[in-house]
Design a protein around this ligand. Structure first.
Ligand code: NAD
Ligand code: UDP
Length: 315
């Protein structure tokens, strides 16, 4: 793959998505600085990259006033808790990562004249009234509910990114990422896929919230990080949905995981989560049109790869 960016900064670079993005950038020949405070990740995610001379891991809280080494050609801002369990545990830190953290990352991009990519989320649509979700839908978010620390931080981050583009001419792009899964998710991060896989492999019941008829559209990590790179290269301001439009109920995803693991675990219905979005599915026409991006890895390919990784980790 051709290198377009000489030097890249990835905030949250030791996380699940960040570690895969760093790897992809290194494969293009870029020099990569990953800045992370390990609030929700493990340095083990990037241990295999440390021997690559063009990779640098910096231990840093992106919300703190500190100088990040530069100059950079591109800044990817991924630093933020992302799983509901993590942001319920770290509500103020999550708000800070979206606000001060985004401002610091944007300042670096402004300083260096770099392309800036914000890792926003489908959560900006909240519990959507429009379906599938297009980028021109403004969303339905409870501003004071428990999920708001994440949703509103990301909405603020989008507002700040848009203002910096208008006021200071920063070359920004906003990605709205839908549920992504794959190797290097934390086994205990509480998100549906690692939770169900761990439960299935242990022979424990799969804890499906509510009646399990709520839907999600799950995208394999390689597709998502390829989309982030395509957005960076495109110059598009976005926002651009990045997700796999195959919409499935949570119950169906649990059943698929039982089939892939060959587990005899049963499904146990537990209390529904507060403000849990009932349906979520991206309209990806804009990504297709502006980035030439579509997901390529189906659940039939992605789930077995993910299960194999977790099985190795847990054994
Ligand atoms: P993750 O928790 O694995 O990674 C986030 C990383 O950010 C972690 O390494 C964490 O330690 C780091 N971090 C958090 N606060 C920080 C701070 N103040 N300073 C420096 N580092 C900090 O989560 P992920 O799934 O890889 O998500 C990465 C980004 O993508 C997040 O911004 C998330 O909101 C966004 N996103 C992810 C998904 C998904 O399905 N994985 C969906 C939508 C959006
Ligand atoms: N969920 C579930 N059991 C779990 C964890 C999550 O049924 O152990 C449900 C959750 O209530 C939501 C869906 O799975 O309806 C996706 O949750 P996740 O935390 O993965 O991501 P979200 O889309 O909510 O950010």
């Amino acid at each position: 793959m051709d290198s377009v960016f000489g030097r890249a900064l990835v905030t949250g670079g030791a996380g699940f998505l960040g570690s895969h993005l760093c790897e992809l950038l290194l494969d293009t020949g870029a020099e990569v600085v990953a800045a992370d405070n390990f609030a929700t990740s493990d340095a083990a995610n990037v241990a295999h990259l440390l021997e690559r001379p063009r990779f640098h891991l910096v231990s840093q809280d992106i919300t703190a006033q500190a100088t990040l080494p530069g100059p950079f050609d591109v800044v990817f801002h991924l630093a933020s808790a992302a799983s509901p369990r993590d942001y319920f545990r770290l509500p103020l830190e999550t708000l800070r990562a979206g606000s001060y953290g985004t401002e610091r990352a944007l300042d670096v991009a402004a300083r260096d004249g770099a392309r800036f990519v914000l890792a926003s989320t489908s959560e900006v649509y909240g519990d959507p009234h429009e379906h599938p979700q297009r980028e021109d839908y403004w969303g339905n978010v409870n501003p004071i509910g428990p999920r708001s620390v994440y949703d509103e931080a990301k909405r603020y981050a989008e507002a700040l990114t848009s203002a910096m583009r208008r006021e200071r001419g920063v070359n920004t792009g906003i990605a709205r990422i839908f549920n992504t899964y794959g190797p290097r998710m934390r086994a205990d991060d509480g998100r549906m896929i690692p939770e169900f896989i761990g439960q299935a492999l242990r022979g424990a019941p799969l804890t499906v919230t509510g009646d399990g008829r709520q839907t999600r559209s799950i995208c394999y990590v390689d597709d998502t990080v390829r989309g982030l790179l395509a957005l960076a290269r495109s110059g598009s301001p976005g926002p651009v949905n990045l997700g796999n439009p195959q919409e499935l109920t949570v119950l169906r995803i649990a059943e698929e995981i039982l089939a892939v693991t060959g587990s005899t675990s049963r499904i146990e219905h537990v209390e529904a989560a507060v403000d849990d979005p009932a349906r979520r599915c991206p309209d990806i026409s804009r990504a297709r049109r502006e980035l030439g991006w579509v997901p390529e890895i189906s659940m039939a390919e992605g789930l077995p790869r993910t299960v194999a990784w977790f099985a190795r980790r847990l054994s």
